[in-house]
Design a protein around this ligand. Structure first.
Ligand code: AMP
Ligand code: GLY
Length: 424
């Protein structure tokens, strides 16, 4: 069987790697892929944009590909799953109507209210004045979110009224698009964030191992937010009892409400949760896809073949799949980023030392890399150095030993990935 993986991040390199591990996948094609998928044995990059559905269809027919696995939210929100479902090509990822759960924060909030799911109290506004009046009445800290997809840049956690108001001005000034502008303003929640990625075929929903990512650029969770500077699994804060509550109070009601709305959602439902100091889970956001970098440690521990899971989701047989099988222990992914990220950064820096890093037992997933004559940097988050071990301590040591083998000009990483897992 051949699989087309859509996307070019660390997540897609991890998906392609996992698919090729079972020995049942003849070939993986990556659209457009990166330097990692270009050098992965059995994997080929196809230089197409992720919204070129017709181009992908041609490649699918030409290479006799029988499954499409979609990584990022943008093609999902543009209807890639609808496109291939209509052509009877199995596709892992929700249809456009389902992808709204990530593409529109106000739509997701409505769904949460309808489903009775615990989440921050909020208001949705279509003009700046009423949003500012609400903010003034609620006080700070408060969280301001642009409604649409904003590549992780649409959320401001405002500690002053001025910050909140300027976030509102940016949204209504058109910074995140000029059509159908809406802002969601919500209560600030404190606690620990966890990422629950669950598989669903539209009928059954099954969580993967709980993960945590580190969103801030700096050690100790300081500085601006990024796409994620590292992640680890299984997150110790999510005890079996808490996972059970998440299943019955969040995942199942979300699926039931999607069904009530006539949405046949198949793929990953990612719930970003805040766990309060008292242990109460509330939803911060939903994503319609695997998380990046959470996928790197989660798939590193997964033993069940990924293609079996993806096909079961596409074919609505998830209830027939045996319970997921996991390696024991812990997995940690440390992101190596370009100096300057998440602000301005340079590209095209030569990367060395990956072989040495992997010789220590780590797996180096590529994110922003490109293979020219040499391997060079091509993005803000460049590599996700991932290691597994019997304990978090072992996995963290192994990951950082591997990180220290890798060089490129300006390379930066956080030095405290997994610190919360060590405290638990
Ligand atoms: P989101 O895209 O909605 O997950 O927001 C991005 C990040 O902003 C989250 O991962 C949190 O760190 C933070 N955030 C979002 N909503 C809240 C909230 N209600 N309270 C505190 N922090 C939040
Ligand atoms: N790591 C956060 C995300 O994938 O949205």
């Amino acid at each position: 069987m051949k699989v087309l993986v859509v996307g070019n991040g660390g997540r897609e390199h991890a998906i392609a790697t996992k698919l090729l591990q079972s020995g049942k996948i003849e070939q993986v094609f990556c659209v457009p892929g990166n330097g990692g998928t270009a050098t992965l044995k059995g994997c080929h990059n196809l230089p197409l944009p992720v919204d070129d559905f017709e181009g992908m269809e041609r490649a699918i027919l030409e290479h006799d590909i029988s499954l499409v696995a979609v990584g990022p939210e943008v093609p999902l929100s543009l209807g890639i799953a609808d496109y291939f479902q209509q052509r009877n090509i199995p596709v892992f990822g929700p249809i456009e109507a389902g992808a709204q759960i990530e593409a529109s924060k106000s739509w997701a909030k409505d769904l949460m209210l309808e489903a009775g799911i615990p989440t921050a109290k909020s208001g949705t506004f279509t003009d700046a004045d009423s949003a500012k009046a609400y903010i003034a009445a609620q006080g700070v800290p408060i969280v301001v979110k642009a409604d649409g997809l904003a590549a992780g840049k649409g959320v401001t956690v405002a500690t002053t009224l001025e910050m909140a108001e300027s976030a509102i001005d940016a949204i209504f000034g058109g910074e995140f698009g000029s059509e159908n502008i809406r802002a969601v303003v919500e209560e600030f929640l404190s606690g620990q964030e966890v990422s629950i990625l669950a598989l669903t075929d539209g009928l059954t929903i099954v969580p993967l191992l709980p993960a945590q990512d580190h969103k801030a650029i700096g050690n100790g969770d300081t500085g601006p937010n990024t796409g994620g500077m590292g992640a680890y699994a299984p997150a110790p804060i999510v005890t079996p009892a808490l996972m059970q509550r998440i299943q019955t109070e969040i995942l199942q009601p979300t699926l039931t409400t999607l069904q009530k709305r006539g949405i046949d959602y198949r793929g990953v439902l990612y719930a970003g949760l805040m766990i309060s100091p008292e242990g109460e889970p509330k939803v911060l956001e939903f994503n319609c896809r695997f998380g990046d970098p959470e996928t790197q440690p989660i798939l590193s521990l997964l033993e069940t073949p990924l293609e079996d899971i993806m096909l079961a989701c596409c074919q609505q047989r998830l209830d027939e799949l045996p319970a997921l099988s996991w390696k024991p222990g812990a997995a940690v992914c440390v992101v190596l980023a370009a100096g300057g990220y998440p602000g301005v950064y340079e590209k095209c820096k030569v990367i060395t030392g990956i072989e040495q890093a992997e010789a220590l037992g780590a797996t180096v997933f590529h994110a922003g890399t490109k293979l020219k004559e040499q391997l060079i940097t091509d993005g803000g988050r460049v590599l996700g150095v991932t290691a597994i071990g019997e304990t978090f301590e072992i996995a963290i040591k192994k990951a950082y030993a591997a990180v220290d083998c890798i060089q490129f000009e300006g390379a930066y990483c956080r030095r405290d990935i997994g610190h919360r897992a060590m405290k638990n």
